[in-house]
Design a protein. Structure first.
Length: 439
């Protein structure tokens, strides 16, 4: 078996060490923080598509990444070499989970049966590597957007043959996700959206998408797949309007089609910001609805209007993300999947390591800060105090849903003055700074 990163040894936590070099400055996998070790809290995952498949091309330029496992004779050989490179990479970083689309791990053949055979062969190899290394599958999914057959979408395509083909593809993806012990199965919309309403039967497309997901839920039950189904919202790209725009709209879709009890959310930072939200906003909506499942950990560039999928290094975002995750009691089946790629000029194999180390350290720091914020209760206490008017008097009656408009009018007519407390936003932001700096 070829070693793909011979110059890189296992990356270690090196407290106090500074300067360049591949080592963790914040992430100590075995350190107990709260009740769990850091690695149990964070459950880092490698995204196969960016890290193992992406060539670093963009709209204006050819592939630029140096990825030695890409330079082999045939697509199947490349798929095999990719598996070896992936497991060596994850082991050297101490990443214990990975995620893939069916087409990331094995190439399409001339027919669907040939494609499925390709998949079976690579799945056998992946399974062997998983049992040798202890690395686990966080989630699997189907790529229903790259092949030109999905030009009008998959389950929302105007073409019933495409709907059927997509169903066959998801059936197989569920089978292999189960076979590899996947803890979740993800639906990201791909091309499930529209370019213009002038040619679109929106009601039929949404009904079909609901039916498609119901069939997936039914089939999972039939084959005994007990992983968690996740929806990953994104507002636009590749289509102008994706149906799973953000957590709120995807939640309303799930409720309309009676699917909400079968699904949670996989929330991606860059998708939330494309929707005009912070990552914390979408995490909060999912959390208060008991539907926060997993996170695609990355960040966008707010000066660019597209999905840049950068590695997460913004400590405010990682801290507030970990705050929401800890507040829901931590991940159950989910994790932090680095759906991120190095910038095109960071084209060397070492950059794959530097980029992941940056993301892992940023989340370790965020975890430490969030744990202390929660332990000290600084925001909780402030919020409780801010709403204390609902704990007694008229507020208590409102909380108990007792009054009506007439009794509230009686109360309001007798009010002599109204005093409001301060929101203290700037003070709270400076406390957040302190926690990030001092954790
Ligand atoms: C696309 C995206 C996907 C999903 C899986 O923006 O995030 O890679 O995470 O299909
Ligand atoms: Co994603």
């Amino acid at each position: 078996m070829k070693e793909y990163f011979p110059d890189i040894i296992k990356i270690e936590f090196s407290p106090g060490k500074t300067g360049h070099g591949l080592f963790f400055r914040q992430y100590n996998p075995v350190e107990i923080t709260g009740e769990k070790s850091m690695k149990e809290h964070l459950r880092f995952s490698m995204a196969y598509w960016h890290t193992m498949c992406c060539g670093g091309d963009d709209q204006f330029g050819a592939p630029a990444y140096v990825r030695p496992w890409h330079d082999v004779s045939s697509p199947m050989k490349m798929a095999e070499e990719r598996v070896y490179a992936a497991f060596e990479f994850m082991q050297k970083l101490g990443i214990e989970y990975f995620c893939f689309h069916d087409r990331d791990i094995a190439p399409e053949g001339k027919t669907l049966s040939e494609t499925n055979k390709n998949l079976d062969k690579i799945v056998r190899l992946i399974r062997k590597m998983m049992s040798e290394t202890g690395i686990k599958l966080l989630w699997g999914t189907a790529n229903l957007f790259n092949n030109v057959r999905y030009i009008h979408g998959a389950s929302t395509s105007c073409n019933a043959d495409v709907f059927a083909y997509a169903a066959a593809q998801v059936k197989k993806a569920l089978e292999i996700t189960k076979e590899l012990g996947g803890q979740n199965y993800v639906f990201w919309g791909g091309r499930e959206g529209y370019e213009t309403l002038l040619n679109t039967d929106m009601k039929m497309e949404l009904d079909n998408m609901g039916f498609f997901m119901q069939m997936a839920v039914d089939y999972a039950k039939e084959i005994g797949f007990d992983g968690q189904f996740l929806i990953e919202p994104k507002p636009k790209e590749p289509t102008k309007h994706q149906y799973d725009f953000d957590v709120s709209s995807a939640l309303s879709f799930l409720k309309t089609y009676n699917l909400d009890r079968h699904f949670k959310f996989n929330i991606e930072a860059n998708h939330a910001t494309l929707a005009g939200h912070t990552l914390q906003h979408d995490l909060r909506i999912a959390r208060i609805n008991g539907m926060l499942g997993s996170v695609d950990a990355n960040q966008g560039d707010l000066l660019l209007g597209w999905d840049t999928d950068q590695f997460p290094t913004d400590l405010y975002s990682t801290t507030l993300c970990m705050y929401e995750i800890l507040k829901m009691g931590g991940f159950e089946k989910g994790g932090l999947n680095f759906d991120a790629k190095p910038r095109r000029p960071s084209y060397t194999p070492e950059d794959m390591f530097y980029a992941h180390v940056a993301g892992m350290d940023s989340f370790a720091k965020g975890l430490k800060a969030a744990l202390r914020i929660i332990k000290d209760g600084i925001f909780d206490n402030f919020v409780a105090e801010r709403y204390q008017s609902y704990s007694h008097g008229i507020g208590k009656k409102i909380s108990d849903k007792n009054p009506d408009f007439k009794s509230l009018e009686q109360y309001a007519l007798k009010l002599k003055s109204i005093e409001n407390p301060s929101g203290r936003q700037e003070h709270l932001e400076s406390l957040l700074n302190d926690y990030i700096l001092n954790s």
